[in-house]
Design a protein around this ligand. Structure first.
Ligand code: ZN
Ligand code: ZN
Length: 283
């Protein structure tokens, strides 16, 4: 099937509509979809400084590239984009990630801040989250964008559901965090409605190199991913349905699980217990 718009050679067939698109029409579709999401949920609000958490992986590079493009289009607004990279010190991975990011930010004239995890015995996942929030706040970043796409969100929803841990799901959605808690920098997900298949093709067209963090191969998540891909191939649109159903119940979840935020007794960072999980991981 040729491209629906211009009859050129297609690069993708959109799963739930059966529409084929060529390279240029797909780029237009993809970027429009991301910008629409940013507008719909007012992800950038009136912020002057937006951070992008970058790992070196394709999804975070797409977010960085598109937010930068969006901000440059609104010249009058004078919004600043800062890329933040937390180096986990992983052999054969971190150096490549850092090099890729430096190159990318230099070409696109984006400020890049890099920090590394000093404490090696603690869980990297906890420390990345901890440092991102702390550093973003110190840099006066008002919102922090991440590369989570529709697949990642659907996997997390199903994982929480399967583990009977829906309290965690109350913290999901296109914009998360605690608007009332100043120490927490709200997280935004510009790729919320983008399928992994779509970001893969977009990254390939834009020649973003795919870097896979070897430590992120969470086997439970991998199984859920496989399961969702199987169902999606038999019943196209399943992933969208999971997300759209979830968005309908999200306000109820947020209302049911209201997290009270306190300051960690050890480091002063915001958390929901007396001691934050980063400090706890050190004891
Ligand atoms: Zn076309
Ligand atoms: Zn702490």
């Amino acid at each position: 099937m040729a491209c629906k718009n211009c009859k050129s050679h297609p690069v993708i067939k959109l799963t739930n509509t059966n529409i084929s698109l060529c390279k240029n029409c797909f780029i237009h579709y993809f970027e429009k979809k991301v910008f629409k999401n940013v507008r719909k949920y007012d992800l950038l609000d009136d912020c002057k400084t937006i951070g992008v958490a970058v790992s070196g992986g394709k999804n975070s590079l797409i977010v960085l590239c598109l937010l930068n493009k969006l901000v440059k289009q609104r010249i009058s607004k004078n919004v600043k984009i800062i890329a933040i990279h937390i180096d986990e010190g992983i052999k054969n991975y971190s150096e490549i990630a850092s090099k890729t990011l430096k190159q990318f930010c230099k070409i696109n004239q984006i400020e890049l801040k890099e920090y590394s995890i000093k404490n090696k015995k603690a869980s990297p996942e906890i420390w990345v989250r901890y440092l991102l929030n702390k550093k973003a706040r110190e840099l006066k970043i008002e919102r922090l964008a991440t590369g989570h796409n529709l697949d990642a969100e659907a996997e997390t929803i199903i994982m929480n559901q399967s583990r009977k841990d829906i309290e965690r799901s109350a913290r999901l959605g296109p914009i998360t965090g605690f608007q009332t808690e100043k120490k927490f920098i709200p997280r935004i997900k510009p790729l919320y409605f983008i399928l992994e298949q779509e970001s893969e093709i977009y990254a390939k067209i834009k020649e973003f190199r795919e870097l896979k963090n070897p430590y992120l191969a969470d086997s439970y998540r991998e199984n859920i991913k496989k399961f969702l891909n199987e169902v999606e191939s038999k019943y196209p649109g399943t992933k969208y349905n999971i997300i759209n159903s979830f968005l309908e119940i999200l306000p109820l979840l947020k209302n049911k699980f209201k997290t009270k935020i306190v300051s960690c007794e050890s480091c002063g960072e915001p958390c929901s217990n007396k001691i934050c999980s980063a400090c706890k991981s050190l004891s």
